[in-house]
Ligand binder design. Structure first.
Ligand code: FRU
Length: 491
C-alpha cells in the first residue's frame, strides 16, 4: 500500500484506513512490541469500538494485523491494557506464558438506557494473533458509576499480585488480583486532586527512576482528562508523582498545582508499554495525537488520527521539583538520512538571517542548541510558504516557549484549532535545547531534553516546505544545529 494521501504521516503510526483513537494493550512479548488501538473499521468518525492491532520489532516500522477484539454480546471494546501472564496465574495457558488483555466492555448505546461500563478479559496463546473472549466476562462491575473504564494492569513484584488502575468518573480506583479474574477493591485516588476539567480516563501507574540518583525511584500516576466544552484546551493529560505500596497511591505534591504531561493540544490517552525492559528502567509511552475537541473533524480523507512518536519516560530533579521528562526513543534515529543531513556549529545569527534558508522538507528532525545572547526571541518557523507557517518561539524576558499554529494551514474545521499556547521554561546556562520532529501533519517539540513537550497537529499545504531559524531583537549564537531529513517508515 502507498500510504501517501494528503496529510498521511510518514513515521507516525496510523491505521491503514478508518478511525483510530486511544492506544491500547501495549505489551512487549517474544521480540514484538504490540500496539492495539481504539478502532472503528466502518468509518472515519468514532463509532462501535474494536481493537485494531499492529506489531513491531523496533517501535518504528509496524506490521498491521487483523482486528484483535470485536464487539460482542457484552458490548463495544473500549480502552484497556495487556500483560504477559508469565507464570500462568490465569490458568489460560497450561503453564506457559501468554498474553491477557483487560479492557472495558461498554453497553451498546442507545439499546440500554443507562449504559454500563464493565471490565473484561481476553487472552491469546499465539503471540496475539488470535484472541479468545473469557467466558466469565465481565470480571469487574461497579454499577454505581457510569464512567468506569480503561483498566491498566501490571504485576506488582514486591507484593506478588496484579494491580488494576481504572478510571471511575472523577477519580482513579485500584483493585488487586492473584489471577486476573477475581478483583478486590483496594483504594481510590484523586477526587480532590489535580484537574477536574473533564472526566478522568485512561490511567497508568508506573515506577520510574530519578535520573542521576542511583536507586531512587518514584511512582507516577498518569491521568487523561476529557474535553470540557467551555475550555479551549480540550482533552489533555496530567500526572501525579508519589509513592505506591501495592494497594494505594499517595501523591507527594505539596500544593495542588497541576502537572501537565504535554503543553500542546494533541497528546491524549497515552499510556506505557508493559513488559518492555529498557536499560535504565525507562518506560515507553505513546499517546493519541489528537483532541476530542475536534478529533472527528480533522481534514483527512481515508483514515483519521495518528499516534505520537514513542517516547521514553523518566523522572528528573528540576528547579521546581521532580518532573516527568519525555525523550524520543533512540530507535527513531535509524530513520535519519545522514547523507542529506546538515550540521552547523558555532554561528552567530542576527535578526533577518536564516541558517535554514536552503532546507526544504516535510519529514525531518531538528536538533538545535541556542545560546540566547541578546535576542528577545529565538525560534523556528516550519512548514512555511508565503501563506503558511507554524511558529515555535522562545521569548527570553518572560522565559516562555510557545507554539503558534494559527497560520499553520487548514484550520477552519474547528474554531478552537487555530491557536497559540505557551509554557514557562528556564534556560540552562543561558541556552535552550530544541529537539523537533516534523511530519506531514504534526510537530513535536522537546525542550531541554524532554523537560517540556509540545505536541500539535498541523495541516499545512504539502507545498509548504520552507524552514526558518530566526532571532528577534538582538544576536544569538547557534551552538549546534542538525537537520536530519527522515526516511518514511513505509520505504
Ligand atoms: C479516551 C476514551 C476512553 C474510552 C475510549 C472510547 O479517549 O474516551 O475513556 O475507553 O476513549 O473509545
Amino acid at each position: 500500500e502507498a500510504y501517501n494521501e494528503k496529510y498521511r504521516p510518514q513515521y507516525h503510526f496510523t491505521p491503514p484506513a478508518m478511525w483510530m483513537n486511544d492506544p491500547n494493550g501495549m505489551v512487549y512479548f517474544q521480540g514484538e512490541y504490540h500496539l492495539f488501538y481504539q478502532y472503528h473499521p466502518e468509518g472515519i468518525t468514532w463509532g462501535p469500538m474494536h481493537w485494531g492491532h499492529a506489531v513491531s520489532t523496533d517501535l518504528v516500522h509496524w506490521e498491521h494485523l487483523s482486528i484483535a477484539l470485536k464487539p460482542d454480546h457484552n458490548g463495544f471494546i473500549f480502552s484497556g491494557s495487556a500483560v504477559v501472564d508469565w507464570s500462568d496465574t490465569s490458568g489460560f495457558f497450561s503453564g506457559q506464558p501468554g498474553l491477557v488483555a483487560m479492557f472495558t466492555h461498554a453497553d451498546q448505546y442507545p439499546e440500554s438506557e443507562r449504559p454500563r461500563q464493565r471490565q473484561s478479559l481476553a487472552y491469546s496463546a499465539d503471540k496475539g494473533r488470535t484472541w479468545v473472549m473469557y467466558e466469565g466476562n465481565p470480571v469487574l462491575c461497579n454499577e454505581q458509576i457510569t464512567d468506569f473504564r480503561d483498566p491498566k494492569v501490571f504485576w506488582y513484584t514486591a507484593g506478588g499480585h496484579w494491580v488494576m488502575v481504572v478510571a471511575a468518573g472523577d477519580r482513579i480506583q485500584m483493585y488487586t488480583s492473584s489471577n486476573l479474574k477475581d478483583w478486590t477493591y483496594a483504594s481510590e485516588f484523586g477526587a480532590a486532586e489535580g484537574s477536574h476539567d473533564g472526566v478522568w480516563e485512561c490511567p497508568d501507574l508506573i515506577e520510574l527512576p530519578v535520573e542521576g540518583k542511583d536507586g531512587i525511584s518514584k511512582w507516577v500516576l498518569i491521568v487523561s482528562i476529557g474535553d470540557h466544552p467551555e475550555l479551549p484546551e480540550g482533552s489533555r493529560t496530567q500526572y501525579f508523582i508519589g509513592s505506591f505500596n501495592g494497594y494505594s497511591f499517595m501523591s507527594e505534591s505539596s500544593d495542588n498545582s497541576v502537572l501537565w504531561l504535554d503543553y500542546g493540544r494533541d497528546n491524549y490517552a497515552g499510556v506505557t508499554w508493559s513488559d518492555a525492559h529498557r536499560d535504565k528502567q525507562e518506560k515507553i509511552f505513546i499517546g493519541w495525537m489528537s483532541n476530542w475537541k475536534y478529533a472527528n473533524q480533522t481534514p483527512t480523507s481515508t483514515w483519521r488520527s495518528a499516534m505520537t512518536i514513542p517516547r521514553e519516560l523518566m523522572l528528573r530533579e528540576t528547579e521546581t521539583g521532580i518532573r516527568l521528562v519525555q525523550t524520543p526513543i533512540p530507535e527513531l534515529q535509524k530513520l535519519r538520512l545522514h547523507e542529506q543531513a546538515v550540521h552547523q556549529k558555532n554561528i552567530t545569527i542576527s535578526p533577518g538571517e536564516n541558517p535554514l534558508e536552503d532546507m526544504n522538507g516535510v519529514t525531518y528532525e531538528l536538533v538545535c542548541e541556542m545560546e540566547l545572547g541578546d535576542a528577545s526571541e529565538v525560534g523556528f518557523k516550519l512548514r512555511t510558504s508565503p501563506q503558511e507557517e507554524t511558529v515555535i518561539g522562545y521569548q527570553t524576558a518572560s522565559q516562555t516557549l510557545y507554539v503558534d499554529r494559527s497560520k499553520s494551514g487548514e484550520s477552519s474545521f474547528h474554531h478552537a484549532f487555530p491557536c497559540r499556547h505557551e509554557v514557562q521554561v528556564q534556560p540552562k546556562k543561558g541556552r535552550i535545547l530544541f529537539h523537533i520532529y516534523v511530519d506531514h501533519s504534526s510537530i513535536e517539540v522537546f525542550v531541554n531534553e524532554g523537560e517540556v513537550v509540545i505536541t500539535d497537529q498541523i495541516f499545512p499545504n504539502p507545498a509548504s516546505t520552507g524552514a526558518e531559524l530566526y532571532v528577534y531583537g538582538g544576536e544569538s549564537r547557534v551552538v549546534s544545529l542538525s537537520y536530519f531529513p527522515l526516511q518514511s517508515m513505509y520505504s
